[in-house]
Design a protein around this ligand. Sequence first.
Ligand code: TEU
Length: 559
Amino acid sequence: MKEDWKKRSIVYQIYPRSFKDASGDGIGDIAGIIEKIPYLVDLGVDAVWLSPVYASPMDDNGYDISNHCDIHPDYGTLSDLKALIDALHAADIRLIMDLVLNHTSDEHPWFQESRQGKDNPKRDYYIWRKGKKNGAPPNNWTSFFTGPPWTYDEGRGEYYLHLFGRKQPDLNWENDTVIAEIEKIIRFWIDLGVDGFRLDVINLISKRSGLPDGRRRIGLRGREHYLNGPRVHEYLRRLHRNVFSPHGVMTVGETTFVTPQEALDYVGHDRGELDMVFHFEHMFVDNFLKWFLLPFRPKKLKKVLNRWQETMAEKGWNALYFENHDQPRSVSRFGDDRRYRVRSAKMLSTVLYFQRGTPYIYQGQEIAMTNAGFTELSQYRDIETKNVYRLGRQKLKLTHRRMMKKIMKMSRDNARTPMQWSADAHAGFSSVEPWIGVQENHAEINVERQRKDKDSVYHHYKRIIELRKRYDVIVEGDYRPFYQGHRRLFVYTRNHGEQTLLVVANFCGRATRFVLPAVLRDKTFKQILSNVKDDVDVRRWTLAPYEARVFICHGATDR
Ligand code: TEU
């Protein structure tokens, strides 16, 4: 990856529906985002990743696009989006748009034409098949949103494939015209001034020809026939060659289920495909296939993060994240949102953002917003959550209580409650009742309160961002883990030139003894960040629950 800004930028993800409602309809909008740009500047953000704001029936909150080159009226107009681009650029903040290219909405004109039948020029824009002789769907695959990924279309008399919702038909990337259409869409946004793209489920776009049955397994049957499919790299190299590279835009691919080795096939410096990818391995340390819950073990998370750091090393580049619009809140998931909410949130950010890679902060993470705490099914809005509840109750015969426990912990709506700006009504997000419930704890957990409190999570994030901009070692440095077998300590160094950074964190609610590894004892360390007040002797000390500190060795030269 050549351009430095892609490595150095702090990227802030905005889920527009829940960020800020300026129009007073209870739904976040583009005008609300523009209103909050000074907040993003104060935090130290360099780029915004904007989840979809395109025309959509909102079956999957915009990840079901019906017009890639127009804006949903909930959010505003194309000129509002252009105003957002200009306002962000005036504040020296870049814009990364979320592009969904594996599928569209079934209300997209392309699909409406494709389903007209065989002689329509768009008949092969999607993946249509006859069912099996016994009337069953074309194969035995299962969808990410439960159930078969095939829906029979009476009009066309065939099934169409949808790896996600039935209103999200998969595009046929085998069709050259589809790829040319996609290149036109990307050029449209680049011409409007967009600086990069987050590419939704981009490692699913190539399916094995024949769409054969998948081997029998629990969950996502058939995934071996489309995960990192046979032509995915060919397709991405074409996009890189034709549209990404000529304009120097940044690309981050969402690549579910990839291993570090497979990720290098996308982001390796010699690959000419993507700048970085979001992997999911650390999102599966406390569950099996998301809904079979497992106890969280810090050592498992440490192992995954260390492996990604060591595999990417100088060969590729990481996207550092713990949260996004699909995942539970990290302080509730990996920290302790009851006894140590502030300190554990600071520890998590310290462990994550001093690693090698581009940091991604999801809205609300910087103030340690917690899981939603919705106890009633009626409070949930997410299609995946509702489908999983139905599957659990009807197919697996699990009790309501059992399903609510899973949903309260893992629902995507945990991350989609309105951003908590203040203790005011509706958390200062809107002047009216929002589209989804506001958390009661917004009275204590909100931006306004934390910006006044120098010991808040917000100010800890600000300090981390300031340090990332000050010390080259954080961006350029290598990565060396220590205490790898330890169940509670997370320790690593970064080295670059004469700079050595040391991160020491206690990943649990019990005091833990630390002794400086022998190989580091010849260095003189200065503390540059801590989530607890007192000073310590870096050579040995007992860390308090969720304590985290960062040190830099003497001789560090400020950038
Ligand atoms: O998510 C893809 C994906 O794999 C998610 O479904 C994830 O596995 C799951 O939600 C974890 O609970 C992307 C978008 O981020 C998601 O919001 C969309 O629903 C999905 O693609 C379909 O576009």
